[in-house]
Design a protein. Structure first.
Length: 416
């Protein structure tokens, strides 16, 4: 019963108006006790290192004077909320309110149409080709959502594009999302004789030849475009005899005498990928206090207007702006709703131990190194090595990460 009463009071106080306030002092517990003894309702109480943040009705706020004097606490109004406050703000901006009402009505009407088409998952079939197919099927910006069947459109797109094996259509508000799944692209197949060459500098770790003659063995170091497997048909014994007969000739020249074939095989090599990361020993530490101010507004053709123009009184704060925008090309409109949030922060000097800074720098260096190597082709990280780059009297810990990555390094090229 008591819980229901509190909820009822909260709703009532929203109707008559309430305040968000901070209470700063060393006797905040006494402050809470005295409000309870005096039948002053406070709710959503949050404790912070400097004191409290709570909500209280406007009428009860004026009863706090003697409590403030007894506890020697400082009370500050952070935000005013409730219907009376909202009415007061809206009275000052009648044109703005009228504009918002009109915008809401327009948005409700426009939400029954498709205005955005998003295509994801396609690589070989272009957006333009898919959009052309959709338009021919009756789906385009400005189409009423009730005028097309998603399942039928999915079948049409699949049937008209051989490279596509699946289409999924989802309608989200005023946007239609088209998910495309294409057939797997087959590697380029060469007709006729080929060599397999290295696609980059590497240390050979393994070689498996299905067709052709190996040009390298594990332990060799190769450069980009070095031949790994020759597209020639010859046995080891025959080649040894020819090398013995003509010692002055290079092996590549001798191999040119034998029949050509298509080289096939897998050559794995170890390559090194490097990354860099750093971390400060002394850094600026920013912590949110929990106090926040929110402003709302609307956006129209590049111009933003807010219901509340009051700037935060915080010394330091983080700012976050959210814009939900809608483009109406047929009318030349660009409209949206804006929310801007200010979070109060306390700035202090933070310190990291040398080991903490090293770990943070290692993480950054490792992530950067990972971004530089190509995934796939049975890629595997086989070793990670970290180096600390020391600079005298430096307040930074600097780390270089070296990843040893093993992968297939061969690519097929036609024999001339």
């Amino acid at each position: 019963m008591g819980g229901r009463l509190v909820i009822f009071k909260k709703v009532w106080y929203y109707i008559i108006g309430y305040l968000e306030v901070t209470v700063i002092g060393t006797t905040v517990e006494k402050f809470i006790n005295l409000t309870t003894q005096n039948n002053i309702l406070i709710w959503d109480i949050k404790k912070y290192p400097r004191g409290l943040k709570l909500k209280i009705s406007i009428s009860d706020f004026h009863k706090l004077r003697h409590i403030i004097r007894k506890t020697n606490c400082r009370v500050k109004i952070v935000e005013k909320k409730g219907i009376p406050i909202l009415k007061k703000k809206l009275r000052k901006r009648k044109v703005l309110v009228g504009g918002i009402v009109v915008a809401i009505v327009v948005l409700i009407y426009l939400s029954s149409f498709v205005w955005f088409i998003e295509i994801v998952g396609n690589e070989r079939v272009s957006d333009e080709e898919i959009i052309e197919t959709l338009e021919e099927s009756g789906v385009a910006p400005g189409t009423k959502k009730s005028e097309f069947e998603a399942h039928e459109i999915e079948n049409i797109v699949v049937n008209q594009h051989d490279e596509i094996i699946f289409v999924g259509i989802r309608v989200k508000g005023m946007k239609v999302q088209i998910e495309i799944v294409e057939k797997e692209e087959q590697p380029e197949e060469f007709e006729g004789p080929t060599n397999i060459v290295s696609d980059r500098e590497a240390y050979i770790t393994n070689i498996l030849v299905f067709s052709g003659f190996p040009a390298v063995e594990p332990g060799d170091v190769v450069k980009e475009d070095d031949v790994l497997i020759y597209g020639r048909t010859v046995s080891d014994q025959v080649l040894e005899e020819r090398i013995f007969e003509d010692e002055d000739k290079a092996i590549a020249e001798i191999l040119d005498e034998f029949p050509q074939t298509q080289a096939q095989g897998v050559v794995k090599g170890k390559v090194h990928q490097k990354g860099y990361g750093e971390s400060e020993l002394v850094y600026e530490k920013r912590e949110r206090t929990g106090e926040k101010i929110t402003q709302y507004g609307y956006y129209f053709n590049g111009e933003t207007n807010y219901l509340d123009l009051k700037e935060p009184s915080y010394v330091e704060y983080d700012k976050k702006k959210t814009l939900r925008k809608l483009n109406i090309d047929s009318l030349g409109w660009e409209i949206g709703l804006v929310r801007k949030e200010y979070y109060e922060v306390e700035v202090s000097q933070g310190e990291r131990s040398n080991s903490e800074a090293k770990e943070l720098a290692k993480e950054k260096a490792y992530e950067q190194a990972k971004k530089t190597y190509r995934d796939g082709d049975n890629t595997e990280i086989v070793d990670v090595h970290f180096e600390e780059l020391k600079i005298e009297k430096d307040q930074l810990v600097r780390i270089r990460a070296i990843l040893s990555v093993e992968r297939n390094i061969g690519k097929e090229v036609k024999l001339q």
